[in-house]
Design a protein around this ligand. Structure first.
Ligand code: AHE
Ligand code: ZN
Length: 375
């Protein structure tokens, strides 16, 4: 099909708060600097649902959501040299052009090269590669993997091992990389530290996994759903706390428990009250609190500035600070070697784009970590 349109099935989000609907879409060939991908497996992430629910201020409709996937290159546009048809890739919503101020700095992974068009739901040239009966459908996060075929920028494609099982490694496209990287890259948690994480879904559990790998001596898992705690303990949590079991605010409970607070705290809920609690539970003098969860449109954080004056740091991370094209292949490699197991996050599996609504429903059930849909 190189150079020609492809007709395939995709789950289209026509408007907020409606299920996605499976349609035949036309996927135009990749233009210069672009790559067309066959999507093999896609895992649901809460950000897809959050956008579908109209909570993302950048959300565009109609669009094709999806951003945690394992793919095979179908064809490449003019000038593309880093991948070729047949290569296995993970599309990454944080690209890596390798040439900008940000890519050249070791301090960040936030390459802004295509960020503005990505936020507008179009390719870098300002147009969409998706259409239905000639009417354009918007892209999402530069990935749009709720489609059997998608087009992404070359700088968004992390080329991974040719043998990589895409129906597992797709998880490195977002949540798991983000949780791991928040610990390893953003906070650089040291052995012997104390860690607390709000929200122990897949991202929070990846924080627990990385904290344990880093040698953290005490790992607090905080969640309002007690059913999450078994899994959290198996991943390495030493203390599981449900704030509803306490009359005092959770920050007070944790400070009492640890005397001066916790070295590193992470919010994986997107709830701004949890973000505040995480900051206020962090250690006097040096505590670092990392925002990972995405808050709904219009929500803002606050605390007494005294919390910061007395040595706490409030920060955040996108994609765990990983420079996508250079570091995702390494995550895949360590996982394939058995050093970084991630299969445990896959609690549900579905077959076919038609089942994306079922996968979304599964994600909402309390017992789902990751639901993977293979196409
Ligand atoms: N578009 C939203 C913000 C959405 C957001 O913060 N996204 C996270 C990734 S969520 C992954 O599941 C992120 O890393 N953003 C960095 C970026 O460049 O978008 C808004 O508030 O406008
Ligand atoms: Zn995500």
């Amino acid at each position: 099909y190189a150079g020609k349109d492809i007709q395939c099935k995709a789950a289209v989000a026509w408007e907020p708060n409606k299920p996605v609907s499976v349609e035949t879409v036309t996927v135009a060939p990749p233009k210069a600097g672009e790559v067309r991908l066959k999507v093999v497996a896609n895992a649901l992430c809460h950000t897809d649902v959050y956008t579908l629910n109209g909570q993302d201020p950048e959300g565009k409709f109609p669009s094709i959501l999806g951003h945690e996937a394992g793919c095979i290159v179908e064809s490449v546009g003019e000038g593309v040299t880093s991948v070729k048809p047949g290569d296995r890739v993970i599309p990454c919503y944080t690209p890596e052009c390798g040439e900008c101020l940000f890519c050249e700095s070791p301090k960040t992974n936030l390459c802004p090269t295509i960020r503005s068009t990505q936020g507008q739901g179009v390719m870098p040239d300002g147009t969409s590669r998706f259409s239905i009966n000639g009417e354009p459908i918007y892209h999402f996060m530069g990935t749009s993997t709720f489609s059997e075929y998608t087009v992404v920028a070359e700088i968004s494609c992390a080329k991974i091992d040719q043998q990589a099982p895409l129906d597992v490694m797709c998880l490195f496209g977002c949540g798991i990389s983000t949780g791991l990287g928040a610990v390893f890259n953003t906070c650089k948690v040291e052995a012997g530290s104390t860690v607390a994480v709000w929200g122990v879904g897949a991202v929070g559990l990846a924080v627990v996994q990385a904290a344990k790998m880093s040698g953290a001596k005490r790992i607090f898992a905080i969640d309002t759903n007690n059913d999450k705690f078994d899994f959290a303990r198996r991943m390495g949590a030493t203390d599981c706390i449900n704030p509803h079991d306490h009359e005092d605010p959770i920050q007070q409970v944790l400070i009492q428990e640890t005397k001066w607070g916790i070295d590193y705290t992470f919010d994986c809920t997107g709830n701004t009250d949890c973000m505040r609690a995480a900051l206020e539970s962090s250690h006097r003098g040096w505590g670092k609190s990392c925002v990972i969860g995405v808050a709904a449109a219009g929500h803002e954080i606050s605390t007494r500035p005294f919390q910061l004056v007395t040595g706490r740091w409030w920060g955040g991370t996108a994609f765990g600070g990983y420079k996508s094209r250079s570091e995702v292949p390494k995550l895949v490699e360590s996982s394939m070697k058995g050093e970084l197991p991630i299969e445990q996050y896959i609690t549900h599996r579905f077959q076919g784009v038609e089942q994306i609504n079922d996968a979304i429903e599964a994600l909402h059930s309390g017992d789902c970590l990751r639901a993977v849909v293979t196409y």
